[in-house]
Design a protein. Sequence first.
Length: 176
Amino acid sequence: MSVFEEKSALLIADMIYDFVDPEGKLYVPGIERIIEPIATLIEEARASRIPVIYLDDAHDVDDAEFAQWPPHAIQGTPGAQVIDRLAPAEGDHVLEKKRYSAFYGTGLEELLERLGVEHLVVTGTVTNICVLVSTIEGLMRGYRVTVPRDAVHALTEQDNDIALDQIERVFGGKVV
């Protein structure tokens, strides 16, 4: 059964080398388990002409976020690039972000409006940070949102479960 509905878009958050590669600046242990489920969703979306939208950290060298986290995903570096297995293809959309939100300063909302999107399928990392914030903001903007459990990952299983619970129980998103 497909997670896509009419007027869907697939959002892929931060599946970049600095988070996915064990040598990355801010590697998320165990993240490898979501690569193939996301690859499958990408293939299905492309085959169904559903927009595929990558939302990738691309920080300035002096980004304020580095007070909280070690420097990572510096704009223009290999660490800020999507991993090869999930690489964007012609026709996909790639937006850079400097904050946790996929909406903040990215042009995502304008892109979604232009594409006629009403339903978001949110995937990627980290579940309790970028995925959670982006999902909540999507819901607050009136989008229907689905989060496939096997296509998101957090630093801990507890963080993952709590975030998914909040998305579904508190904010009204759908977790499948």
